[in-house]
Design a protein around this ligand. Structure first.
Ligand code: PGA
Length: 242
């Protein structure tokens, strides 16, 4: 069986004590029952928690990743974080173009492409997010929107390198409303065709212990990107025990 990436996006949640709690709870869960070897695990905490999470999770086989990076190498960019620094403090992945970045920080797909480019240059695997909003879905534009986001967010370098794509319909994020298995399958097939099956395609949007099994059973789904249900070890563990 092909390995599936089970990625947690903690967003702007949690502090150092929560990393300790997560690690302790995770340890006791896997001591009781090991996870399937097909699961690759990743947690993306807020930037200041990266090195502590790296240290706390290293014996638990959980990789760490960042939630965003700058498209610039270094320099006078107050508040931004360089991909090279993320790598230095232990990240191996970085999420780019999450819909919350696109929405609240007006990030265009072109900006996303340059972030993915920089991440690759610094040896990080970018998780490039795409997703349509409810209006676009209801007007039958979902496939066109995804195609445009994909072609603009994937640079030539990214296209020839190691990347992960995450399909996250905006209307399913944090709403408790998941796309149907048929909708996920058809969009994932569409994306896999467009990228010629070169990268895994994760599904994200209200992935929970009770729906993860069905989603992860789809062949075109290369893993999941989990928000709310990744905050606690028990629910993340249940998702990873597919
Ligand atoms: P959710 O978030 O699982 O809380 O819907 C997913 C995401 O935004 O990556």
């Amino acid at each position: 069986m092909v390995k599936k990436l089970i990625a947690g996006n903690w967003k702007m949640n949690h502090q150092t004590a929560d990393v300790e709690t997560f690690a302790r709870d995770w340890k006791s869960l896997i001591e009781k029952k090991a996870l399937p070897s097909e699961a690759m695990l990743l947690i993306c905490p807020p930037h200041p928690l990266l090195s502590f999470a790296k240290l706390s999770f290293q014996d638990l086989k959980i990789a760490v990743g960042a939630q965003d990076c700058s498209s610039e190498k270094s320099g006078a960019y107050t508040g931004d974080v360089a991909a090279s620094l993320l790598k230095d403090v232990g990240a191996s992945y970085v999420i780019v173009g999450h819909s919350e970045r696109r929405q609240y920080h007006s990030e265009s797909s072109h900006v996303v492409a340059s972030k993915a480019y920089r991440a690759l240059e610094m040896g990080l695997t970018p998780i490039i997010c795409v997703g349509e909003n409810l209006e676009q879905r209801e007007q039958g534009q979902a496939f066109d929107v995804i195609l445009q986001q994909l072609s603009e967010s994937l640079t030539e370098r990214a296209a020839g390198d190691k990347c992960v794509i995450a399909y996250e319909p905006i209307w399913a994020i944090g709403t408790g409303r998941t796309a149907s298995l048929e909708d996920i399958e058809s969009m994932h097939q569409f994306i896999c065709d467009k990228i010629q099956n070169r990268f895994p395609v994760l599904y994200g949007g209200s992935v929970k212990p009770d729906n993860a099994k069905g989603i992860l059973a789809l062949e075109s789904v290369g893993g999941v990107l989990v928000g709310g249900a990744s905050l606690e070890a028990s629910s993340f563990y249940q998702i990873a025990s597919f």
